[in-house]
Design a binder for this molecule. Structure first.
Ligand SMILES: Cc1ncc(COP(=O)(O)O)c(C=O)c1O
Length: 381
């Protein structure tokens, strides 16, 4: 018998795949996994066709198509007043998942400690484990904000990285300027790196600014900042993202990136670059676009027995179902998908320590008709 020692013995199939498969099997309206049920903008699809037909189909540069890196640098400058060298500080990756994995493999060594916040996006810990590091889980408070006293208490001489995610999946909370002040004070004069997962950077509501790490020169000099075109351009299946990091960190990042994927689908990069240049309104209008969907979802759920605190960012909305059922959130989402016909994501699976939850996460990146149809069913519970 072939003996295989698993390097990730506790890892199963991600909850997103499990719930999407269940939604398909039971023909439920899928508000679980985070992707739109509408298409990417037509001019972007046309540009993709243009570059496919123009023969942009061979390997692009390992760091990404220069035109795209220049557009990213221009956007970062415009939005966050941050000057980034597109040659040495931006790397295009095959999804944010790749960028997060690569940043961790490039910098975390055996027994290094990496601080994460629960509920935590599920790709971080396996990457830390594969690098030989230790994940230190700190729970967010009951409003899904960071308790900085807990962070200060958790920092040791082995702390190598802190991973932040704002806007936050699954809760929809956002980091505020005061949080960045705290992070800055905590990491100053240390060798602690920051990995900032900002894939929902263009989905921050109520006219609030996205508090990117790139706004803070002191944090930027120790940070990998990751964003995802899949989220921004309604094309999650394209798996194109990028990482901004200072020269020395980018150099280490690229050493790993070149042996993980080497590079990313060429015509997509060209299409995204031209679209960014010609249609900046797309990302400028995205907060309002998704806020309208959030507001529709919250309004449609007003007369339901779910309790909602409107999401501050992302395209997710948490809902407390304690008035409807005392099932665990995992059982509740299974029941909801299989018997009621709406799929959602349980929250407890994003915690290291068993944390009973009566919250589920709904994705509102859906056509208004889909949102209305789902809410009509949910209102009857
Ligand atoms: C917080 C967070 N980080 C990273 C990712 C992965 O993004 P990508 O599809 O670009 O790999 C997601 C996708 O859901 C996410 O929610």
């Amino acid at each position: 018998m072939l003996k295989i020692a698993s390097k990730l013995p506790h890892v199963g199939t991600t909850i997103f795949t499990v719930m999407s498969q269940m939604a398909n099997e039971y023909q439920a309206i899928n508000l679980s996994q985070g992707y739109p049920d509408f298409n990417a903008p037509q001019p972007l699809l046309d540009l993709m066709q243009k570059y496919l037909n123009a023969g942009m189909n061979q390997y692009p540069p390992m760091t990404g198509v220069a035109y795209l890196r220049q557009q990213i640098a221009a956007k970062v400058d415009k939005l966050y007043s941050c000057t980034v060298d597109s040659e040495t500080e931006i790397t295009v990756t095959s999804g944010a998942t790749e960028a997060l994995f690569v940043a961790i493999q490039a910098t975390i060594e055996a027994d290094d400690e990496v601080i994460v916040f629960d509920p935590v996006y599920d790709s971080y810990e396996p990457a830390i484990q594969l690098a030989g590091g230790r994940t230190i889980h700190i729970p967010l408070d009951d409003k899904f904000n960071i308790n900085w006293n807990l962070v200060r208490a958790a920092v040791t001489s082995r702390t190598r990285m802190i991973i932040v995610n704002s806007p936050h999946n699954p809760s929809g909370s956002t980091l505020k300027a005061e949080d960045l002040d705290q992070l800055e004070a905590l990491t100053e004069d240390s060798d602690i790196l920051v990995l900032s997962d900002e894939v929902y950077e263009h989905m921050v509501f109520n006219s609030l600014a996205h508090e990117s790490i790139l706004r803070r020169p002191k944090l930027r000099e120790r940070a990998f900042v990751v964003s995802s075109f899949g989220k921004t351009y309604h094309a999650t299946g394209w798996k194109v993202a990028y990482c901004v990091a200072p020269v020395a960190l980018s150099a280490e990042f690229r050493k790993v990136h070149q042996y993980v994927t080497f590079t990313t689908h060429t015509p997509t990069q060209w299409a995204l670059a031209e679209y960014m240049e010609n249609y900046p309104e797309h990302y400028l209008e995205l907060p309002a676009f998704y806020q309208a969907k959030r507001d529709l979802f919250v309004e449609e759920m007003k007369d339901s027995r779910f309790k909602l605190t409107p999401s501050q960012g992302t395209y997710f909305q948490l809902a407390d179902y304690s008035q409807i059922s005392d099932k665990s959130d995992v059982d509740f989402t299974h029941w909801l998908t299989q018997e009621i016909g709406v799929a959602a994501i349980p929250i407890s699976v994003f915690y290291d320590k068993p944390t009973p939850s009566q919250h589920v996460r709904f994705c509102f990146a859906k056509d208004d008709a889909t949102i209305r149809a789902a809410c009509k069913i949910l209102r009857e519970l």
